[in-house]
Design a protein around this ligand. Structure first.
Ligand code: SAH
Ligand code: SF4
Length: 469
């Protein structure tokens, strides 16, 4: 263990040297843009990429024409995301013609797949730099190679590195912070590409996480989301005896008023201990995102999810027995290759019986190299689309009904951001529901009590009753 950490520390020092070298190359103000696709894990990686770029002398920008470096942090979970990314990469060609020194890079999950890297190599000659999920920390070294050797650099390694701690981070918000507590996934759900592109589960040390979050809180952060593909298995790959519940307890003990959230939880690993810990810890938000994916036991088995609908319902029942108002959100896939109309009706039935506050609904997308990609479809595209719409309709009704229950009530919210909209302040309830109202932008970062005056499907509007001093 110690030896491995030493490697990570040496690697950090090496990259810090490259940051200095890149910085020394600049003769004018330089700008960089990082565009993020996909999940919060990617958002968190992008904040590290921006942090390293700033350290290398690149000011952040969102202007493609001004940017000297453009990085697209890509997603591979569904084909739709990949198509969008490739479309956007293609469109960057014209800008590069006008600005030949511009460096265009693609990183993240999509290019961790060999066939995608090949495609970029052959068909997108204006892309100078490609690196996968295991090379995020090597950006300084790779960018230096592109700038000095003036040739294309491809760094798609298969080997997972020890987690490199201590990289600079440029966070988008001072109030709200994403903190990865683990990387990778061991679950191999049969439809999912994530374990292939993000490698095996690697948990960060608990003391490093506690120190990072303590510093964030001291710096004014008030809403912390812990990230991992399956946070419930946090720590199982380490030998320091800290599991996810224990980590939550340690974080809950950090002084100050703030909120703790986490995602994602897997029903096979969400334990009674987890719900008991949530109920005990006043800073842990009473919200769980617990993807069920399908309501049919047969499909769940083919998805390799390792739980039944009965187990899922028991978990929800237990959570509600301890926290009656807990918000439950979930992910569901429609049109898994072998899903029949009967399977789908079981999904609708589960949705009806559980009553979700919100659902993220996805049409199944075939992913190269996953076991499910070999299964033949038993339904037509039209049938799947029609199911998808039926499901949305049911969920929209349910979400609205859940939201309407808040009408006229007073709720504590955290004011997260000032936006260009008429109701400019965006705030959030403990259960993650957004509430908008008009107010002074200086209030961002404060807790307030609001009275709910309007409810839509998921978002609400309110008026301020009181604000913390
Ligand atoms: N680790 C998390 C999230 C992974 S990806 C979890 O297990 O819950 C986020 C969501 O994308 C998944 O929950 C799933 O609903 C969806 N998803 C993953 N692969 C998919 C595919 N091939 N087609 C459609 N949706 C998919
Ligand atoms: Fe994909 Fe399943 Fe891992 Fe989530 S738990 S990332 S769905 S393999």
């Amino acid at each position: 263990m110690r030896e491995k950490r030493l490697v990570a520390e040496e690697e950090l020092l090496r990259q810090q040297e490259y940051m200095k070298k890149v910085r020394a190359l600049h003769t004018k103000p330089m700008y960089a843009m990082v565009d993020t696709y996909g999940c919060q894990q990617n958002e968190a990686d992008s904040e590290i990429l921006r942090g390293m770029l700033l350290e290398m002398g690149y000011e952040p920008t969102t202007d493609e024409d001004l940017a000297d470096v453009i990085l697209l942090n890509s997603c591979a979970v569904r084909e739709h995301a990949e198509m969008r990314i490739l479309g956007n990469v293609g469109a960057l060609k014209h800008g590069k013609r006008r600005k030949p020194d511009q460096v265009i890079g693609i990183c993240g999950c999509m290019v961790q797949q060999a066939h995608m890297t090949e495609k970029v190599k052959k068909s997108f000659h204006h892309v100078d730099l490609v690196f996968g999920t295991h090379a995020v920390h090597r950006l300084p070294e790779l960018l230096y190679q592109v700038l000095v050797a003036k040739k294309r650099v491809f760094a798609i390694e298969d080997t997972e590195h020890e987690i490199v701690e201590g990289l600079p981070v440029l966070r988008a918000s001072k109030t709200k912070a994403w903190v990865s507590i683990m990387y990778g996934c061991n679950n191999f759900c049969s439809y999912c590409i994530v374990p292939y592109v993000r490698g095996r589960e690697r948990s960060r040390a608990a003391d490093v996480i506690v120190a990072e979050i303590t510093a964030l809180i001291e710096d004014g952060a008030r809403d912390i989301t812990l990230l991992g593909q399956n946070v419930n298995s946090y720590g199982l790959d380490r030998d320091d005896g800290v599991n996810f519940s224990e980590l939550l307890r340690r974080l809950n003990a950090i002084p100050g008023k703030f909120r703790l959230r986490f995602m994602t939880s897997h029903p096979k690993d969400a334990s009674k201990e987890l719900f008991e810990t949530m109920a005990d810890c006043e800073k842990v938000c009473k919200h769980i995102h617990l993807p069920f994916q399908s309501g049919s036991d047969r499909v769940l088995k083919e998805m390799n999810r390792k739980y039944t609908r009965e187990h899922y319902r028991d978990l929800i029942e237990y959570a509600r027995s301890l926290m009656p108002d807990i918000a439950i959100t979930s992910d569901v896939i429609v049109g898994f290759p072998t899903e029949t109309e009967e399977d789908f009706s079981e999904t609708l039935d589960l949705i009806e019986t559980v009553g979700f506050d919100a659902l993220f609904t996805f049409l199944y997308s075939r992913r190269n190299g996953t076991p499910a990609a070999k299964l033949a479809d038993v339904s037509t595209k039209e049938e799947r689309q029609e199911r998808f719409e039926r499901l949305l309709e049911l969920q929209n009704e349910q979400s609205k009904e859940k939201n309407l229950r808040h009408l006229g009530t007073r709720i504590e919210v955290l004011i997260e951001a000032d936006t260009p909209e008429e109701k400019n302040l965006l705030a959030r309830c403990d259960d993650n529901r957004p509430v908008r109202f008009a107010g002074d932008p200086a209030l961002v970062g404060k807790f307030a009590i609001v009275e709910i005056t309007e409810c839509a499907k998921w978002s609400m509007e309110g008026t301020v009753i009181s604000i913390e001093p």
